[in-house]
Design a protein around this ligand. Structure first.
Ligand SMILES: [Zn+2]
Length: 96
C-alpha cells in the first residue's frame, strides 16, 4: 500500500478511536444541536464538569470540535459537517 494511503488510514484509525467512547459520542450529539459551553454540555448529559472538559479537550486535539471564549465560558461547537455526518450515519446503523 502506498505510504500516503497508510497515513490516511492512521488518521482514520485515530478519529474512530476518539469516536469510540460513549461519553464523547453523547457530547458530540449534544453539540450537533448548536454551540454550548462546557457547563451546558455537562448538565445535559449528566456528567461531571471535569470529565466533560477532559473529553472536550481530546475532541479538540483531534480537531473534531472547536471553541471560542465568551467571557469566562468556552463555547464548543462541531468543527465540520464530517463529524455530524458520521454520527448520524452511525446512529442510523445502530437503529437498523
Ligand atoms: Zn459555562
Amino acid at each position: 500500500m502506498k505510504s500516503s494511503n497508510i497515513e490516511d488510514l492512521k488518521e482514520m484509525e485515530e478519529t474512530f478511536k476518539i469516536l469510540g467512547d460513549r461519553t464523547r459520542i453523547e457530547i458530540l450529539f449534544s453539540l450537533i444541536q448548536g454551540e454550548k459551553c462546557v457547563h451546558e454540555v455537562a448538565e445535559e448529559i449528566d456528567q461531571e464538569l471535569s470529565n466533560v472538559s477532559h473529553h472536550l479537550r481530546r475532541l479538540r486535539d483531534k480537531e473534531l470540535v472547536e471553541y471560542k471564549k465568551k467571557g469566562r465560558h468556552k463555547y464548543y461547537e462541531i468543527k465540520d459537517n464530517y463529524v455530524s455526518k458520521i454520527l448520524h450515519e452511525g446512529m442510523d446503523h445502530a437503529r437498523e
